[in-house]
Design a protein around this ligand. Sequence first.
Ligand code: NCD
Length: 430
Amino acid sequence: MNSWLIQNASIVGRETADIAIENGVVTEVGTGLTAPEGARVLDATGLIALPGLVDLHTHLREPGREDAETVESGSRAAALGGYTAVCAMANTSPVADTAGVVEQVWRLGRDAGLVDVQPIGAVTVGLKGEHMAELGAMADSAANVRIFSDDGFCVADPKMMRRALEYVKAFDGVIAQHAEEPALTAGAQMHEGEFSSQLGLAGWPAVAEEAIIARDCLLTGHVGSRLHVCHVSTAGSVEILRWAKSKGWRVTAEVCPHHLLLTDERATTYDPVNKVNPPLRTDTDIEALRAGLAEGVIDVVATDHAPHSSEDKDCEWAAARPGMLGLQTALSIVVKTMVEPGLLDWDGVAERMSRRPARIAGLDGHGLDPAPGVPANLTLIDPAASWTVVPNELASLSRNTPYAQMTFPATVRATFLRGEATVLEGKAQK
Ligand code: NCD
């Protein structure tokens, strides 16, 4: 069942070869291979084989908001998007701030069996920023947590941030910061700029992100720990990260597909599907984010897949929750914004959407190019195909995509988790 012969795939956009998989493990990569015993044969002519994508930033909403997403429905969306592993954010209800909750999420992911679900633990109890959560107990649990984040909220207190950075050094953990100085974003509804002035909506200034990133880079350098910056959205943040990396500090960063494609002009529609945190910014920011991702100053693309029920999203702008779906559209948006303009090749995509995120999260067996002995966590992409986003056809239980009716390049034809096809012919297998 977990044995395959994938024929004529372009390996990470390079040479064309066959991939033999036996019992979930790649046994051979080469030309004219014979099928392992009992293997199914898949003709991958014209398709690109990438190591299965890894998302560092997914909101799965379970426990607590199973009306918006479950571990299973989000896992299905992930597999359809080409992912074999996702890191589940801690802002559930109850919050994932104890070993019990992270183990629950981890078990739900294992039972769904579509992608590996790696829980992220909260930094502070209830995401309230006051008392540190049981980081050690979460690290020691079956969920083996290595990334901690209060995402949705910033760890705003510099003393708390310093202590958390120091604490995770014991097990080579990383603090993933939602960089937003709350004193500068009280009541904010969108990016602070020309359109917020026109619309009379309270602005979320770029400096609120940049000030926290600068502070946290300094703290990380000071204590010698690991910082990961979530959803970087401004040109100034790219400059700060470049500077921090030049110091040799252990800082990594992610950018979201929507920040590579959409601008704050979208807010003029007043359609809350465009409301997200951090907000959509400007063309100048997009240009700097794309360049930063190409250069490697921004390490990875992460989705910030943030499903919301229509009750929370289909209301007036100010009342709507921030967040947008991302898992099924991420790869196509990276192709559109980075591959088509010549900023990244397929190896660059593999690096930013699979290898580096797997390394940051410490996910053994993920982010590895097909080679003998490697677990068969793979995705097959059709680079010549295009597709149109139809919200009702997405696997998420929520419908809050800003890409409805937009046509994008590249489709996911198949995804393999340890040799099991979770997606075949573009369709989920369970
Ligand atoms: C996130 C969510 O919905 O959980 N929303 C978002 O816009 N990114 C949390 C957050 O505000 O970061």
